[in-house]
Design a protein around this ligand. Structure first.
Ligand SMILES: NC(=O)c1ccc[n+]([C@@H]2O[C@H](COP(=O)([O-])OP(=O)(O)OC[C@H]3O[C@@H](n4cnc5c(N)ncnc54)[C@H](O)[C@@H]3O)[C@@H](O)[C@H]2O)c1
Ligand SMILES: O=C(O)C(=O)C[C@]1(C(=O)O)C=C[C@@H](O)C=C1
Length: 371
C-alpha cells in the first residue's frame, strides 16, 4: 500500500528530503507544493516528487506524513492555516526548520485538535538554496534532530524515524529549548559573525578598493555562509532572538577581554589564547580523522604539495586510477607561477585516502598532509 508524503517548500531541504525518503525503496508517493510553480515543476521533472499539488492544503489533506520545509516564519503561518484543513486523523506533521521553540509553541494548537506534530531539523545544509542544490545524500551522517512534544507517543516517533531512516541521518531527540540554545552557538550566531565580517570588508573597501583582492582562503572559509538566503536567516534570527542576544552579550564580553589582551601585548597570553582555541577545535568531531563536512557531503581530503609544472596532476590521477582508487573532487589551492602549490584530492572514505597516501608515498616524493 502506498504511503502518502506531502512536502511543502521544495528548495534545498524539501527537495533533499524527498530524494532521501525515496531511497528507502518503500512504496512512497510524494506530493509537493511550492509557492513557485517553476520550482515544483523542476522537482516533478527531475522525479524528486510524484505529483504537484495546486495548494499546500490540497497536498496535505491526503497525506500520512506532512513536512513543512519553508522558511521558519512561513512554517508557522502554514501550521496556523493547517488548523482549518481536513487532515487524516493519523497524519504525522513535521518540519525541517532551523529553530524549534516557536514552532513547537505553534504546534500546541495542532495538538489541541488531536493532531501529532513532531519538530524536525536536519543539521546539514549549504549556503546554496533552491531545488537545483537538492541532493539525496545531504543528510548522510549528519544529526537529524527531532523535538517531539510530550503528547507524541514512542510509536509515532518511531514511525517518523523509520520514514527518515533512508536519509542515513543520525536521529537524536532534543527538547526544543535545548535545541535552540545549542544551534545558537554552532549555527545561528556564527552566521551573524560571518555576515558582519563581510559588512566590515564592504566598509573598508570604500576607502581601500583593492582590499577585497587580498581576501584569500581564511576570509573565504570564515564567510562562505554569508552567501546564504537572507529570508531564511531573517526568520531564524527573529525566532531565536533571545538566545542570539545572549550569545552577543557573551561575545561582546569576550571581545573586550581580547582587546585588553592585545593592549597588554603579553606574548604568552596571546599564545595561550590561540593555543586553547586550536586544541579545542582540533578535537571537534567534524574534524575527526580529517573528515571534512563539506557543503553537501562528507569528504576525506589529502593535501599534496606539488611543483607547478604541467603533467603533475595527470601523473597523480593516473597513479590513483591504476590502483582503482576513486576520487570525488580535485582542486588546486594557493598556487602561483614557480611556487609550490597544494593539490587537494577528496576521497569518499578514510580507507581510500589511506591507500592513496601509501601508494603516492611509494611512487612520488611529494609531501602530503591531512588537515
Ligand atoms: N539551508 C540550510 O542549510 C538548512 C539546513 C537545515 C534546515 N534548514 C531549514 O529548512 C527550511 C528550508 O530551507 P531551504 O534551505 O530548503 O530553503 P530554500 O530557499 O532552498 O527553499 C525554501 C522553499 O520554500 C518555498 N516557499 C516559501 N514560502 C512558501 C509558501 N508560503 N508555500 C510554499 N512554498 C514556499 C520557496 O519557494 C523555496 O522553494 C528552513 O526552515 C530552514 O531554516 C535549512
Ligand atoms: O553548511 C552550511 O552552509 C550551513 O549553513 C548549514 C547549517 C549550519 O551548519 O549552520 C545552516 C542552517 C541549518 O539549520 C543547519 C545547517
Amino acid at each position: 500500500m502506498n504511503e502518502n508524503v506531502a512536502i511543502i517548500g521544495l528548495g534545498l531541504i524539501g527537495g533533499s528530503l524527498a530524494l532521501a525518503i525515496k531511497r528507502g525503496g518503500r512504496n512512497i508517493h510524494i506530493t509537493g507544493f511550492d509557492r513557485s510553480y517553476a520550482t515544483a515543476d523542476e522537482a516533478y521533472r527531475r522525479g524528486i516528487i510524484d505529483m504537484i499539488a495546486p495548494s499546500a492544503k490540497a497536498a496535505c489533506e491526503k497525506a500520512d506524513y506532512i513536512f513543512f520545509a519553508t522558511p521558519v516564519n512561513t512554517t508557522i503561518a502554514l501550521m496556523e492555516e493547517a488548523l482549518d484543513w481536513k487532515l487524516k486523523e493519523n497524519v504525522i506533521l513535521s518540519d525541517t526548520g532551523s529553530t524549534k521553540n516557536p514552532i513547537m509553541q505553534a504546534a500546541e494548537r495542532l495538538h489541541e485538535k488531536g493532531l501529532t506534530f513532531i519538530g524536525g531539523h536536519p543539521m546539514a545544509g549549504s549556503h546554496k538554496s533552491g531545488i537545483a542544490a537538492a541532493k539525496g545524500h545531504l543528510f548522510e551522517n549528519a544529526y537529524y534532530v527531532l523535538t517531539p512534544s510530550e503528547s507524541a507517543s514512542d510509536e509515532l516517533i518511531d514511525k517518523l524515524s523509520n520514514l527518515l531512516a533512508p536519509s542515513k541521518g543520525k536521529i537524536v531527540l532534543l527538547d526544543a529549548a535545548e535545541h535552540d540554545r545549542m544551534t545558537a552557538i554552532v549555527s545561528h550566531f556564527p552566521h551573524i559573525i560571518a555576515s558582519s565580517l563581510v559588512g566590515r570588508l564592504a566598509d573598508q573597501e570604500k576607502e581601500q578598493p583593492f582590499v577585497k583582492n587580498l581576501a584569500a582562503g581564511g576570509f573565504r572559509d570564515l564567510t562562505r555562509i554569508a552567501s546564504a538566503d537572507p529570508t531564511m536567516w531573517r526568520d531564524i534570527t527573529i525566532q531565536n532572538r533571545e538566545e542570539l542576544l545572549g550569545q552577543l552579550d557573551g561575545w561582546l564580553h569576550e571581545m573586550q577581554s581580547i582587546r585588553a589582551m592585545i593592549v597588554e601585548n603579553d606574548p604568552e597570553r596571546i599564545y595561550g589564547f590561540f593555543s586553547e582555541a586550536k586544541e579545542f577545535r582540533d578535537r571537534l568531531p567534524s574534524t575527526f580523522q580529517g573528515a571534512v563536512q563539506g557543503a553537501l557531503y562528507m569528504t576525506f581530503d589529502l593535501h599534496i604539495d606539488i611543483p607547478d609544472h604541467p603533467g603533475v596532476i595527470s601523473e597523480i590521477t593516473k597513479i590513483l586510477a591504476d590502483q582503482q582508487i576513486s576520487i570525488t573532487n580535485i582542486r588546486i589551492v594557493e598556487t602561483r607561477t614557480d611556487v609550490y602549490g597544494i593539490l587537494v584530492i577528496s576521497f569518499q572514505t578514510a580507507e581510500d585516502r589511506k591507500s592513496a597516501r601509501e601508494i603516492l608515498a611509494k611512487t612520488t616524493d611529494y609531501s602530503m598532509h591531512i588537515l
